[in-house]
Structures are given as structure tokens and as C-alpha cells.
Design a protein around this ligand. Structure first.
Ligand code: ADP
Length: 426
């Protein structure tokens, strides 16, 4: 499968997941709102049904309970008035065989309930009659069963409530459908946004692997060729083949440095490396790291001067900072010629530790300054092969500095050369 096809497939999967998630959220939201509204709308009716049921169980059923006795008094209603059932209440009685009493002629309603089936007792349910009238109803056993009134059923017409619910349900369904449709667009945009960093790091990864294999292949080919050549002359003395052996050894060293750099960067990418911070004297540390480089510089007829005046204690990972200084000092030695000078300075700037490594060497081009911290970037590939560079040193330096919360900058040195400035929090 091509790279594009894999990316498209992944984007489609993200889009589908987003869409499903949105749809489930909207549907649950609509369902909660609907059931909550239904509960609120029916709560008064249900309370009236239960209150009247309790009053019948307590006092028994009598016609007087339903019939209004005179006009309600002005002002606060009396207890008797307050205890009266909701005038929407309909009372039906059933005999022990669960047959409706007088189905053809129920009081007030005639044969309206003639086809009504017996309802499950003690549950409040909804029933619809003649496909248009909706009732909230409860049936229960009559504890005072006289005149064949074994079961009592209370009903209240809830057409008004049902109408509101129907309209509300329709509105919610339309809104949910509209939102679900909108969520297709939102899922598409989100999946594109999610894919962007993935594509970027995918490309970076591919580029990294390509560069790494290319870098590894060159020394491996040299080693293989040299060793094959040595095998063709097994009786020659080591002294006679000194050059080939020395080159093989140097390529092996380069290979080992390269793999360790690659490993450092891979671990940095996967956030595997933990810093082990400790407090130490920055000036003494820099002096100590520079000591062997002074001798090397002298041997190469270069001048290395160290000026430490920060007077600061720093909290950092000592071995990582050592690695950082080695990268910068190695480069300074690599990219300077005879009689050039290298200056290492420490100072304090805006409550930060400033470490400067400057040289008067070949310098870096304007374009190079933009890229030197990128992996595998080298100004002059042919030249850096001679010096043993792979273009990973400064990317490791940048990672070390940023993992400490600091910054690293490269600029031109006047009149020639390069300055690296590192700012680290104390
Ligand atoms: P390398 O292992 O090739 O030195 P780095 O990442 O350390 O890799 O450096 C990247 C590139 O930056 C080098 O190839 C070189 O061109 C340039 N560079 C780094 N330091 C210096 C310096 N002090 N002077 C001039 N060029 C430098």
C-alpha cells in the first residue's frame, strides 16, 4: 500500500471514530433531555394518581369523593377541598374476573371504555384509546371490595402533555439529525487536524531512517572492502597493510559513534531518557571539561582560552552537560585551522547561566545557520567526512539544552568563525 493510501485510510478511520463518538454523544444528550422532560411533565399527574389511590385504600371508594359539593370557598381551600381528586380523574371498577363493571354504561362515560383491557396492577402506565386519547393510568386491588369492585383503575387524560412531548420529540429528532450531519463535517476537519502532526512525524521518521541507513552504509562498505582486500593477501605482514587496517579501525570508530548518536536521538524522541539533575559549580565544571581540549588545541597549534566568571551553581544533568560541551569543543577543534583561537566563557545573564563557545575557524554560511541544528545537516559533506562528522552532534546538543529548559543559538563571530551561546536556567 502506498504512503498516501495508508494516510488516507488512517484519516478515514479517525473520521469514522469521531463521527461515531459525536453521534453517540448527541443521541445520549437528546435521550436524557427527552426522558427528563417526560418525567417532569408526568410527575404532577402521577402524584395525583398515587394520592387518590392512597385515599381510596384508606377510606374506600364513594361517589362523594368525585362529586363537587358546592362552590370552592374564597381564600384558602379547606382540607376537604384540598383532598379532592384532580377533576380530570376517571375511576373505573373491575370485578374479580378482571371484567369491567358496566362496560356499556360507566358513570359519566357511557361505553367509552368498553374495549379497555385490564392493566397490570400497581404500575403507572400510558394507554391510548381510539388512537387519539392518551391516558396515564394505575390499577390496584380494592381492599374494601363491595359491589363487585375488586379492582379499581384510575385514569387521567394526558393529551396536552402527550402533544407537548410529541412536538418536543420531533424537534429533538430533527436537531439530533442536523447535529449528526454537522458532525460529519466536524469529524472530517478534526481528522485532518489530527493527521497533520502524524504525517509530519511520519515524514521525519522516514527521512531519519533513510539518512541513518545511508550514513551507516558508507563506513560498512569501506570496512567490507578493506577486509576483503586484506583476505586476498593472507601472507602479508600487518606492517605492510597498516594503512588499510588503520582506515578500517577509524571507520569502525565512526560507526560506533554514529550508532550511539542515533540511539541517543531515538531515546530522546521516545522521551525515554530521564535527566539526573544535581547541583554543581558551573565554572569548575567547564574548566574541568576544557582541560584535555587545551592540550589537544596546543598539539594542533591552536589557542584555547577558558574564562569562567559566572560564579554560579547550576542544577543540571552533569553527564548530559558534559556531552554538550564535548560536542561544541569537538566542533570548534574540527572547524578551526592552525593559529585559530577558541574561547570558552561562562557568565550570568538575566538570571540565567550563559555558556559561550566561540572560535575563529571557517565559520558557517548564512543558510547553514538556519539548519545546523537539523539532523544530518552538514555544511560541506565531503569535508565533514574527513573530519568524521555525521551531522548529528548539534541536534543532540539542542535536545540536551531544551530538555534543561534552555536555549542554544549559533551566530557569526567577528571577523570570522562561529559563536555558540547557551542559556540555561540556574
Ligand atoms: P558534525 O558531526 O558534522 O560536526 P554537527 O551537528 O556537530 O555535525 O554539526 C553540523 C554542521 O555544522 C557541521 O557539519 C558543520 O558544517 C557545522 N558546524 C558545527 N560547528 C561548527 C563550527 N564551530 N564552525 C563551523 N562550522 C560548524
Amino acid at each position: 500500500m502506498s504512503e498516501q493510501a495508508i494516510i488516507r485510510k488512517q484519516q478515514l478511520t479517525f473520521m469514522l471514530y469521531n463521527f461515531i463518538a459525536f453521534s453517540i454523544i448527541f443521541s445520549i444528550f437528546a435521550l436524557i433531555i427527552f426522558s427528563q422532560t417526560k418525567l417532569t411533565l408526568y410527575s404532577k399527574t402521577d402524584a395525583d394518581l398515587l394520592a387518590f389511590k392512597n385515599s381510596i385504600i384508606e377510606k374506600g371508594l364513594s361517589q362523594r369523593m368525585l362529586q363537587p359539593s358546592g362552590r370552592p370557598p374564597i381564600g384558602a381551600p379547606s382540607d376537604e377541598m384540598r383532598n379532592r381528586p384532580n377533576p380530570r380523574m376517571i375511576v373505573l371498577t373491575w370485578n374479580k374476573d378482571k371484567q369491567l363493571n358496566n362496560p356499556e354504561n360507566t358513570p359519566f362515560y357511557g361505553d367509552f371504555f368498553v374495549d379497555l383491557p385490564f392493566q397490570q396492577i400497581d404500575d403507572i402506565t400510558n394507554i391510548t384509546l381510539y388512537d387519539q386519547y392518551t391516558f396515564r393510568t394505575i390499577s390496584f386491588k380494592n381492599p374494601h371490595n363491595n359491589d363487585d369492585q375488586d379492582y379499581i383503575q384510575l385514569l387521567m387524560n394526558v393529551d396536552g402533555e402527550q402533544n407537548i412531548l410529541n412536538n418536543y420529540g420531533r424537534l429533538l429528532t430533527i436537531c439530533t439529525v442536523v447535529f449528526v450531519l454537522l458532525s460529519i463535517a466536524a469529524s472530517f476537519i478534526l481528522s485532518r487536524k489530527t493527521m497533520k502532526p502524524i504525517i509530519r512525524s511520519w515524514n521525519k521518521q522516514v527521512e531519519f531512517v533513510e539518512n541513518a541507513s545511508h550514513e551507516l552504509r558508507t563506513p560498512l562498505t569501506i570496512i567490507q572492502n578493506k577486509l576483503e582486500l586484506l583476505l586476498t593477501t593472507p601472507y602479508e605482514r600487518i606492517m605492510d597493510k597498516f594503512e588499510s587496517i588503520a582506515l578500517t579501525l577509524s571507520e569502525t570508530r565512526r560507526l560506533s559513534k554514529l550508532t550511539s548518536d542515533l540511539l541517543t536521538l531515538a531515546r530522546a524522541d521516545s522521551m525515554e531518557t530521564q535527566l539526573v539533575k544535581e547541583r554543581f559549580d558551573l565554572d569548575a565544571f567547564v574548566q574541568e571539561v576544557c582541560e584535555p581540549y587545551k592540550e589537544m588545541a596546543e598539539l594542533q597549534e591552536k589557542h584555547l582560552r577558558v574564562t569562567t566568571q559566572s560564579g554560579l551553581m547550576i542544577e543540571a544533568d552533569k553527564s548530559r552537560l558534559h556531552q554538550l560541551m564535548v560536542i561544541l569543543l569537538d566542533n570548534a577543534l574540527k572547524y578551526t585551522g592552525e593559529h585559530d583561537s577558541i574561547i570558552v566563557k561562562t557568565s550570568m545573564e538575566d538570571h540565567k547561566c550563559l555558556i559561550e563557545v566561540s572560535d575563529t575557524g571557517i565559520g558557517i554560511s548564512e543558510e547553514g545557520l538556519q539548519h545546523i541544528f537539523s539532523r544530518f545537516y552538514r555544511e560541506d559533506k565531503a569535508r565533514t567526512r574527513e573530519t568524521g562528522g555525521s551531522g548529528l552532534g548539534l541536534s543532540i546538543a539542542k535536545w540536551i539544552v531544551s530538555s534543561h529548559g534552555g536555549t542554544i543559538q549559533a551566530s557569526h563571530n567577528k571577523p570570522k568563525g562561529t559563536i555558540f551561546k547557551i542559556r540555561l536556567p540556574k
